[in-house]
Design a binder for this molecule. Sequence first.
Ligand SMILES: [Fe+2]
Length: 199
Amino acid sequence: MDYTAKTFNIPELEGISSKSVEDHIGLYQGYVKNFNAISKKIPEYAQDSEANAHALSELIRRRSFEFGGMRLHELYFTQFEGGAKALNPESALAKQFEKEYMKLEHFEPYFKSIGNMRGPGWAILYWDAEGQQLLAGFSGEQHQGHFVTLPIVLALDVWEHAFLLDYGTQGKGKYMDAFFKNLNWSLVEERFEKLTRTQ
Ligand SMILES: [Fe+2]
């Protein structure tokens, strides 16, 4: 089936320009479009997978890349909706941070240090229900390095395209500060609560 690009209700952000958000959403729409286009090609090429082996292998690699770009950007842009809201210290997520000896003032620099890893990618916080723990990781590009099967609680895009326009090539640190300044933590808390409720 074809996916439709979602729309986001993003308010004016502090430190991330409307132009940057607009361009970034354009990139996101490209991922959706490419995912749909590749998904249509694959069954066609699969009619003769031996003859189309090279084309198929490229499409198969590309498809999970496009899918990662689609889903991660949906999580990312949603996190700005409703405007900046601080983490509620009474929330289940704040309590989980405390339980793991990771207060917010420790978590933020830790998560930014993951975002500072080299190469295009994403800093991602996952919830591991079996281990009852939050796992933070770095996904190279957007389809590699994931904790497989684990749902995502928080996603921070650290590709250059996220900050180049506002801060230049050296601006990842300032952009990550702006990300946390604009983050609606209550949406992140809701995601976490939904995940922990269904256990
Ligand atoms: Fe992005």
